[in-house]
Design a protein. Structure first.
Ligand SMILES: Cc1cc2nc3c(=O)[nH]c(=O)nc-3n(C[C@H](O)[C@H](O)[C@H](O)COP(=O)(O)OP(=O)(O)OC[C@H]3O[C@@H](n4cnc5c(N)ncnc54)[C@H](O)[C@@H]3O)c2cc1C
Length: 509
């Protein structure tokens, strides 16, 4: 750190001690170089001043939200960089119930934002990821993602406007706070940029009414053809707020990790917090009675939530979903899983490690409905071709599936392997959960195999023409672009960040 930089950043907002900065070198998957310091601005003004001061000194900027990603987005480059930790920028600037918008500082977590909006009967259009207890609005807007409200689009579809701090410390406001776009979509250009174009300081997001009535359905399927057929059909009809599924392996992992007691407790707590003790008891009893055996021997499962203003509408949507899904080979099972997840939408991030403390990393691709079955079989073939080596090194795989639009669904294979945990896991996983894990010693051979399979899987997704969120330093973007399109992105990067100091290397820029 130069003296000029040290004097530009308030001492209370800067960590330089290696013991304190070490955590920020690790994402959920990998470890990167150490930053010269961790800058945790308390205000947007301080954020802008600090970024300007750093780049004037030739120090690069790497933004970090909740640190819940695994694609190297905030693992710095091999040059001096200041890691900007946005976690103190958590103000809700305005909830505008007339225009149905909310303006927040980007370090706020999805969970904290939902907690403030829910009592007002509101939520953001796409309202977060399962990691939302820690993951931030800024991370979601910069990396994109899908889960809650996926039928309304991916996370960035909620964005109307951003205040972005550019590499030289200038604050740029994109678009309009109530309509997008006005001419070319400037807000859109800053979405999913992984911080390549600047650090998002504030975001204005679209609000919608929170669902008032819900219906839940869970279904078992014998074959991948049946489950993907049902996902595509549910997506096309647009009747589900969320529709996600597990392959047999992932299902068994989930069952090993959480107990029935914790299911009942989390459901009951949530319902009580929402003010209905009677409903909490009733739903808790139902979940307990259903037990967990309903998922034994189920090859694939799909879990669906219908969300509407009135109960009869939600029930009618679910009746139609049941008709469609059963017609395609699905068999209704207990609907405990979607009910519990919706009641506790942002659970602790304990699932970032396996049930015995294995390492965990997902790889994903969005494929059009027409390619889901072909994609699934190609992935299984890749794993079969490497089966002997995977067995030797204890590498196991499961898959999460999710409908994201009438056009496309997500296939997210997940690796589990025996390897020691890193400081981020030890920081993020609940201490009580951590203490129960068996854990594993360092295992470079298994980790190297996962790294190779992860690359092979990404190459396979590219051959299938898949689209990715969380591009960061992991998914190849240039190859998927038309050359002229890529040149335009490079020109924009050069305009916004002429010295190449804003998260250098992300997106391959
Ligand atoms: C247990 C678990 C569950 C998950 N569930 C989901 C899920 O349901 N759906 C899903 O899509 N993903 C999921 N993820 C992945 C991940 O949590 C999400 O991608 C999430 O959006 C990351 O947000 P974050 O705030 O932690 O961002 P970070 O990991 O801190 O950063 C992500 C990227 O955004 C950049 N960035 C962060 N903040 C800013 C900013 N203010 N301005 C500019 N750039 C910025 C960083 O440089 C980096 O490139 C999950 C991860 C875990 C561990």
């Amino acid at each position: 750190m130069t003296t000029a930089l040290l004097s530009a950043i308030p001492a209370a907002e800067l960590l330089t001690d290696a013991a304190q900065t070490d955590l920020f070198r690790h994402d959920v998957y990998a470890t990167g170089p150490a930053p010269v310091g961790v800058f945790r601005p308390a205000t947007v003004e301080s954020l802008a001043a600090g970024i300007g001061a750093a780049t004037r000194e030739g120090v690069a900027i790497v933004p970090r939200g909740g640190g819940m990603s695994y694609t190297g987005g905030y693992l710095g480059p091999d040059r001096p960089f200041l890691l900007v930790d946005t976690s103190a920028l958590t103000q809700i600037v305005e909830i505008n119930e007339t225009d149905m918008t909310v303006t927040v500082e980007c370090g706020i977590t999805w969970k904290d934002l939902a907690a403030v909006l829910r009592p007002k009967g509101l939520r953001v259009k796409s309202w977060g990821t399962l990691s939302g207890i820690s993951a931030t609005v800024g991370g979601g807007m910069s990396q994109n993602g899908v889960f809650w409200g996926a039928s309304g689009g991916s996370l960035v579809d909620a964005a109307l406007s951003f205040d972005v701090v550019l590499a030289d410390g200038t604050l740029l406001t994109t678009g309009s706070p109530f309509f997008r776009p006005y001419g070319p979509d400037l807000t859109g250009l800053f979405t999913a940029d992984c911080g390549a174009f600047g650090v998002k300081a504030r975001a204005t997001l679209r609000l919608v009414r929170e669902g008032a009535a819900f219906a839940y359905g869970s279904f078992a399927f014998e074959t991948p053809e049946a489950v993907f057929g049902a996902m595509a059909a549910v997506g096309r009809e647009g009747l589900a707020a969320e529709c996600f599924g597990f392959d047999p392996f992932l299902q068994s992992q989930r069952m090993k990790r959480d107990s029935l007691a914790s299911d009942v407790k989390s459901l009951a707590n949530m319902m009580k917090a929402q003010g209905s003790v009677f409903k909490a008891l009733k739903e808790g009893a139902k979940v307990a009675l259903a037990g967990r055996s309903f998922l034994d021997d189920v090859p694939f499962s799909l879990h669906i939530i219908a969300e509407r203003r009135r109960q009869n509408e939600a029930d009618a949507d679910m009746a139609e979903i049941v008709r469609i899904v059963e017609g395609l080979g699905g068999k209704a099972i207990e609907n405990t899983i979607p009910k519990i997840l919706r009641a506790n939408s942002f659970p602790p991030v304990n699932s970032m490690v396996g049930p015995a403390g294995e390492r965990w990393v997902p790889v994903h691709g969005f494929l059009p409905n027409s390619k889901l079955v072909e994609g699934w079989h190609a992935i299984q073939q890749l794993f079969a071709d490497n089966g002997a080596e995977m067995a030797e090194h204890g590498v196991q795989t499961g898959a999460l599936l999710a409908v994201v639009s009438p056009q496309a669904s997500l296939i997210e294979p997940v690796f589990f392997w025996p390897e020691e945990l890193n400081p981020l896991h030890r920081h993020a996983v609940e201490p009580g959960h951590l203490s129960k894990l068996k854990g594993f010693p360092a295992n470079p051979a298994s980790t190297a195999l996962v790294a190779r399979l992860r690359k092979d899987l990404i190459a396979l997704f590219q051959r299938l023409g898949a689209i990715h969120v969380q591009v960061a330093r992991t998914y190849p973007l240039k190859a998927a672009h038309h050359p002229e399109g890529w040149t335009a992105l490079e020109a924009l990067k050069a305009q916004l960040d002429p010295k190449g100091l804003m998260n250098p290397g992300v997106l391959g820029l």
